[in-house]
Design a protein around this ligand. Structure first.
Ligand code: KIV
Length: 335
């Protein structure tokens, strides 16, 4: 839905892709009808492929990268270069998935502009947004409302679609005094509505609304003509976004109440690694079928003259497996 259809021509097939305008066109109807937008974060090629095969609409290469992948305490630690590096990995993953003939349209990649990526003026902001586009993003996201409209307009003026992000904006963690739900007071709520309207007037094609009471999210969603994608903002938004590691149960940190865990991948990974540790230590891994077998000629040349007596004289003790192996090759070698 909303995607560009596959076009054939000049021996080339362009498969369906979801663009920023296609996302903008997915605003819910007045009565709340219409399919909700699904956005998920991803930071690498395998993650992008999984998200594409699952049929998400938007992959956000979020600056949550700092916390869930790189182990920092907040999102302030990642640079534009870090974001471009991971955006490129996501882009390659989607390209490979598309080439493999996946049935879903290619999701829109949104690259997150990190802290200090757009705070030092419009010139820097446009250059940094361009870096994410060149890495493979189809749009960028930045945090803030009325304060950031000059920057939003400058980036859009450079033909780069912008997704806004208001409410709990993690890059303002120090200014907000922590990761706190926003808009609980009427004045704050009104201020967020003004921010949402200002972002729309600046030209954003969609916006993320994070960590606000559900009724405020409903009012903002009904007020603005672009899709509002919620996280910790209740069920009445045009779409939802979750962080990969939260959704899959990979993140150890205490999850906020809005996170729904759809899997416990962290526990499954731990059990798998524990089994591997055990198998290596007990020599159950690798077995013969997991090993490369040399030609008879090479085997004989390598083992020529290797008798149990000769090995014992050289102080080398054959394992039972090696004895079996030699016995298999040279029946008489079984010692
Ligand atoms: O960086 C991120 O993952 C985000 C989402 C939480 C919206 O901005």
């Amino acid at each position: 839905m909303g995607a560009i259809k596959a076009v054939q021509g000049a021996g080339r097939t362009t498969r369906a892709r979801i663009s920023a305008p296609a996302v903008a066109a997915r605003k819910m109807n007045r009565d709340g009808g219409g399919e909700r937008l699904v956005m998920v974060t991803a930071y690498d090629a395998p993650g992008a492929r999984i998200a594409h095969r699952a049929g998400v609409d938007i992959v956000l290469v979020g600056d949550s990268l700092a916390m869930v992948v790189l182990g920092y305490e907040d999102t302030l630690q990642v640079t534009v270069e870090d974001m471009a590096h991971h955006t490129a990995a996501v882009h390659r993953g989607l390209q490979a998935c598309e080439a493999s003939g996946v049935e879903h349209p290619r999701p829109l990649v949104v690259g997150d502009l990190p802290w200090m990526g757009y705070h030092t003026g419009t010139h820097d902001a446009v250059r940094n947004a361009a870096m994410l586009i060149r890495a493979g993003a189809g749009a960028v996201k930045l945090e803030g409302g009325r304060k950031r409209t000059d920057v939003v307009k400058a980036i859009i003026d450079a033909e780069i679609p912008v997704m806004g992000h208001i409410g709990l904006t993690p890059q303002s963690v120090n200014a907000m005094g922590g990761f706190k739900v926003q808009g609980r007071q009427l004045s704050e709520a009104r201020s967020l509505i003004d921010d949402a309207v200002a972002l729309v007037e600046s030209g954003v094609f969609a916006m993320v609304l994070e960590g606000v009471p559900d009724v405020l999210a409903k009012v903002i969603t009904e007020t603005v003509p672009v899709p509002v994608i919620g996280i910790g903002a209740g069920p009445d938004c045009d779409g939802q976004v979750l962080v990969w590691h939260d959704l899959l149960g990979i993140e150890d940190r205490l999850a906020p109440k809005f996170v729904r865990r759809y899997a416990d991948i962290g526990t499954a990974c731990q059990a798998a690694i524990e089994a591997y540790v055990e198998d290596v230590r007990t020599q159950a891994f690798p077995n013969k079928s997991e090993s490369y077998v040399a030609s008879v000629d090479l085997t004989e040349a390598l083992l020529a003259g290797t008798t149990p007596e000769g090995l014992a004289a050289a102080g080398r003790v054959l394992s039972a497996d090696a004895e079996d192996y030699l016995a298999g090759l040279y029946g008489s070698y079984a010692g």
